[in-house]
Design a protein around this ligand. Sequence first.
Ligand SMILES: Nc1nc2c(ncn2[C@@H]2O[C@H](COP(=O)(O)OP(=O)(O)OP(=O)(O)O)[C@@H](O)[C@H]2O)c(=O)[nH]1
Ligand SMILES: [Mg+2]
Length: 258
Amino acid sequence: MERGKVKKKDKGKEAEKGKEDKEKRKDSEKEKTKDREKEKGKGKEERSRNKEEDKKKESESDKEKEQLKGKEDDRRVLGKPVLEPPEKNNHILVLGLDGAGKTSVLYSLALNRVQHSEAPTQGFHEVCINTEHSQMEFLEIGGSEPFRSYWEMYVSRGLLLIFVVDSADHNRLPEAKKYLHRLIKINPIIPLVVFANKQDLKTAYHITDIHEALGLSDVGNDRTMFLFGTQVTENGSEIPSTMQDAKDLIAHLATHMQ
Ligand SMILES: Nc1nc2c(ncn2[C@@H]2O[C@H](COP(=O)(O)OP(=O)(O)OP(=O)(O)O)[C@@H](O)[C@H]2O)c(=O)[nH]1
Ligand SMILES: [Mg+2]
């Protein structure tokens, strides 16, 4: 009897244990399925993250390509300085002392956004600027001493003279004045556009002082003459409205001189 009882108890216990084991198995199966689902989820997440990264990389390389293309396009528009004097006449001449900002102004007019020059112009620099109604051939001649003798050669056959001065370089304004007056004497009809550049500098003279310092009231009553305050500041920014106005006026004058 005793034994039987024990057996019965044991049987009961065994059955209980069996149930528990089943439950445990079920639980662990559930856990495993959860884990599998989690892994699947993780896999999906990872795949979509990888896709996003690939997309990001693609758009970054597209941006780089665009930037490179932009730079190439800029280089095509801006050309390169050359040592050989160009043959053609009817240029819009861009002259003025070294460092006045001729190249920077020219680049910015050509691109319609601010672009500083990277080096002094050693020789000649031709830039063609197209507008809606006209095509303009600009010629900058370097402002350093060795190139100044060419200024006079070209001014007699130029269409228009743009004379650029550094408005903050007070000490060299008399020198700039001397060259400007020499040039306009050679060609009594060439229209003159003066750029009082570097207006962004604190020490820059106001255009009325530049007018005075360059003796512009003696330039001649019959000559067309304009004076603009200009500035070439942060690379890539929009050109100031005065420079846009100056560009429109230059296009207008050049068409009427042809
Ligand atoms: N702050 C300021 N700097 C300018 C401006 N324009 C030009 N510069 C700077 O002045 C320096 C000379 O500019 P360039 O455009 O090379 O001058 P340039 O008249 O062409 O000189 P050359 O080619 O040597 O005759 C560069 O460091 C330009 O970045 C301006 O409006 N404001
Ligand atoms: Mg230059």
